[in-house]
Design a binder for this molecule. Structure first.
Ligand SMILES: Nc1ncnc2c1ncn2[C@@H]1O[C@H](COP(=O)(O)OP(=O)(O)OP(=O)(O)O)[C@@H](O)[C@H]1O
Ligand SMILES: [Mg+2]
Length: 417
């Protein structure tokens, strides 16, 4: 008998579902929770990696080591094959993901009491926009990672189609649905005919009218909010004495972007920051930048920005807590300022929804329900972007973070059981 599972390896969060007594069910991966933050912390003192919430907690507690997050977003680039220094050894980022997926598998097997051999692996519709070769590369890399983690049989499913499966369990009448999965790294859409009657069928090609996606997710919102509200306190937008040139934006962009933070912890970058500090018209700000680089506080800053972004989903104003850089330092952030900073993403998202409907040959009025999933579906400006195309009265449901994993597991049951 094949023991199959569904695996949602997300940019920000991951989950894995197993089949127990013929039913799809999510495995508890950390402290009784099904959701495992896609984070890994190589704790140099412990001498081993820790995962999920514990990884973030270990890093925040100040243990010496290296935190990695958002690794899914580099699957489509050759960076995934590059190695990074961990204390005295080097490891490729691909191997880091193998450790992560292997750990998920191990924990689920322990909970289930049986080894898992087959997996239906989720994937975004497009890992990158408009580049089929890099897309292929990303899927091949994921398949190879799953194999190295110990899976013998591996197949893929689009994440929004998996979410559609999970939602189908809740519909009572046939409906043409637009599924929107707004995650940490990508936004994925499908137009699907959902029907309580056809639910049990494995092959549903005729019911899938279109799938489309773009590379836009919560980590992009974090980056833009950071550049808008936090980085100016570290010198972005201020000037050098030399010809009154502005500070180089590239350095700040890298510091604001989850996957590139670790690459800044080099002697060359520290030297550059020292030189900029010496020539800065506002040296106090550059002193903060140097502290962040020297004390490796980049992820703490990114986490504080992410928290402020989450706060802005429910309130008009908040502060980015930067007291770990300088006592009492807070960057004010407002909903309006955030929405201005992400205006370009809002348009891209609305255009992606229109493109999905065009590919499906479906006018917006024909959509009976809109199912939203993924953490970024809680961001009001992104909901507004979707509502500018499809009547928000048809929005069916909010912010389930586990529907993709559940749908992948249901798919695994149909494919392998
Ligand atoms: N209340 C909230 N308001 C705004 N953003 C939120 C909120 N809650 C979570 N998020 C964001 O949602 C994102 C994570 O969502 P999710 O877990 O669906 O992503 P993922 O599945 O890991 O990513 P992907 O599917 O793109 O690979 C993060 O960027 C997180 O900051
Ligand atoms: Mg996801």
């Amino acid at each position: 008998m094949t023991n199959a599972c569904g695996l949602d390896f997300g940019t920000s969060n991951s989950a894995l579902g197993v089949i127990r007594q013929g039913r799809a069910e999510l495995a508890e991966l950390e402290d009784g929770a099904a959701l495992l933050p896609s984070a890994i912390f190589f704790d140099f003192e412990l001498g081993r990696p820790v995962f999920g919430k514990a990884a973030i907690a270990g890093y925040m507690a100040g243990a010496e080591g290296r935190l990695m997050r958002a690794l899914k977003s580099i699957l489509s680039s050759s960076l995934i094959k590059e190695s990074t220094q961990l204390n005295r050894r080097r490891i490729t980022l691909e191997q880091v993901v193998v450790l992560f997926v292997g750990e998920m598998k191990r924990r689920a097997e322990e909970a289930l009491g049986r080894p898992l051999d087959a997996v239906v692996h989720g994937r975004p519709v497009h890992f990158v926009d408009g580049d089929a070769a890099r897309d292929r590369f990303a899927e091949d890399t994921l398949a190879s990672i799953a194999r190295q983690a110990g899976f013998g049989e591996i197949s893929f499913q689009y994440e929004p189609l998996a979410a559609a499966r999970a939602y189908e369990a809740t519909v009572t009448a046939e409906t043409l649905a637009l599924i929107c999965d707004l995650g940490g790294g990508t936004s994925d859409f499908s137009v699907v005919r959902l029907s309580p009657r056809r639910r049990a069928a494995a092959a549903r090609k005729d019911d899938i009218l279109a799938s489309f996606g773009i590379r836009l997710g919560g980590t992009d919102l974090d980056r833009l909010l950071s550049l808008e509200a936090a980085m100016p306190l570290l010198g972005l937008g201020s000037l050098l004495h030399n010809k009154s040139l502005p500070l180089p934006r590239g350095l700040y962009s890298e510091l604001a972007d989850w996957p590139s933070i670790n690459q800044l912890y080099t002697p060359a970058t520290r030297r550059l920051a020292r030189e900029l500090h010496e020539d800065a018209q506002e040296p106090a700000k550059l002193a903060r930048l140097r502290r962040v680089l020297e004390q490796q506080l980049g992820h703490r800053l990114a986490l504080a920005v992410e928290q402020a972004k989450i706060d802005l989903s429910d309130s008009d104003a908040t502060g980015i807590d930067m007291a770990f850089i300088e006592p009492g330092l807070t960057a004010p952030a407002t909903r309006d300022g955030f929405e201005d900073a992400v205006a370009g993403e809002r348009s891209r998202l609305a255009e992606a929804v229109r493109e999905t409907l065009r590919r499906a040959g479906t006018p917006p009025d024909a959509i009976g329900s809109v199912f939203l999933t993924g953490g970024s579906s809680r961001v009001p400006v992104l909901r507004k972007a979707i509502a500018s195309v499809v009547d928000p009265a048809r929005f069916a449901r909010g912010d389930d973070l586990l529907s993709v994993a559940l749908g992948l597991t249901e798919e695994a049951r149909l494919r392998y059981a």
